[in-house]
Ligand binder design. Structure first.
Ligand SMILES: Cc1cc2nc3c(=O)[nH]c(=O)nc-3n(C[C@H](O)[C@H](O)[C@H](O)COP(=O)(O)O)c2cc1C
Length: 323
């Protein structure tokens, strides 16, 4: 997820049960034009902390994807990536208007050609090819089932579907029934199928799997500031005594995790950029706790690690004093 799934956070999530997480989306064109340098920090992986690694690319021409994949695999670290994921779900106007992201739902033939050529490339590079998409472009074009068939027929090895149309962005409820129809359409194609949208705990993960018949579940927003969710969900799915799997994470544990993510990010991109980028992330760690609104304002104004530490220490002290 753009703004959230940096290499540090993905490592934290893996340590807490996530099997794997893709990088945030990176422009294949930009890699072709500028090499890996400019996009390196978005594509950086750490096979030691992440387990399975996955770089997500977006674009609108098959050649950009195949060329970008080759360029990425010339880099010592990035060449260790396990999976290339093609984004066919991003609804942001800037991406869609170029025909990339969820714009590809409108051009299924091109989407198929992108997958076909990318699969040829990933075979040569020894990588796995997956696709992330949505149930359709808008209400009058829910072409998900045919689209999924095209992706599978052209060689996608796994498909992840977010149960909203591009027009919906993130509004309304995810339509798990449409995900089921897509799953059914590729049931005999030997492709792994992951369901995504509105999973926020063990019961919703169980339900999306039951409703859609998917092989696995992907979790987005609910994991922001809550990496413990992965072990909670995993325990719930595997454990008979499901109620015992719900964990109460204390404010102190949340603060410690926030600082550990910040610390990791500082090592990745330096203090100034890390604190700035964490402004969108920190509020997720403190939400739901008393005084969260005031804390969020203060955290969003912080510009150094020390300031963040100070704000959290003050809040912890007030909490201990019962104020
Ligand atoms: C801020 C934000 C950034 C996102 N960035 C990406 C991205 O880079 N690649 C991607 O495949 N999906 C991205 N998504 C979509 C999520 O992966 C997910 O499909 C969507 O939020 C629905 O799942 P959820 O209900 O579990 O959040 C993003 C979503 C949000 C809210």
């Amino acid at each position: 997820m753009a703004g959230f799934s940096c290499v540090t956070f993905r490592g934290i999530c893996h340590g807490l049960g996530s099997d794997y997480a893709p990088t945030e989306l990176t422009s294949a064109r930009s890699v072709v034009m500028n090499g890996v340098g400019k996009s390196y920090r978005f594509m950086r992986i750490n096979p030691e902390t992440e387990g399975v690694t996955c770089i997500q690319l977006f674009g609108n021409t098959p050649e950009d994807f195949t060329e970008a994949m080759k360029i990425i695999c010339e880099d010592e670290l990035l060449s260790r990536v396990d999976i290339f994921d093609i984004n066919m779900g991003c609804p942001v106007q800037k991406v869609v208007k170029t025909g990339a992201g969820s714009g590809l739902l409108k051009t299924p033939k091109l989407a198929g050609e992108i997958v076909r050529q990318s699969r040829e490339a990933t075979e040569k590079l020894g990588k796995v090819l997956t696709v992330k998409t949505r149930i359709g472009f808008n209400d009058s074009s829910k072409n998900g089932p045919e689209f999924a068939k095209i992706l599978a027929a052209n060689g996608a090895q796994a498909i992840c579907v977010h149960g909203r149309t591009a027009a919906q962005m993130y509004a309304g409820e995810a339509d798990w029934e449409q995900i089921r129809l897509m799953r059914e359409s590729v049931r005999d194609c030997g492709v792994y199928f992951f369901a995504n949208g509105d999973v926020k705990d063990g019961p919703s993960a169980r339900k999306i799997l039951d409703v859609t018949g998917a092989d696995g579940v992907m979790i987005g927003r609910a994991a922001c500031g809550n990496p413990w969710l992965f072990s909670e969900v995993k325990d719930y799915l595997l454990c008979q005594n499901a109620d015992k799997t719900i964990k109460n994470i204390s404010f102190k544990e949340k603060c410690d995790m926030l600082l550990s993510e910040l610390h990791g990010r500082i090592k990745e991109v330096g203090e100034k950029t890390a604190v700035c980028e964490m402004r969108g992330v920190m509020p997720h760690y403190v939400k739901g706790f008393p005084g969260a609104s005031r804390m969020k304002v203060a955290l969003c104004r912080a510009s150094t690690e020390m300031e963040v530490r100070q704000i959290l220490d003050d809040c912890l002290r007030l909490k201990e004093d019962g104020l």
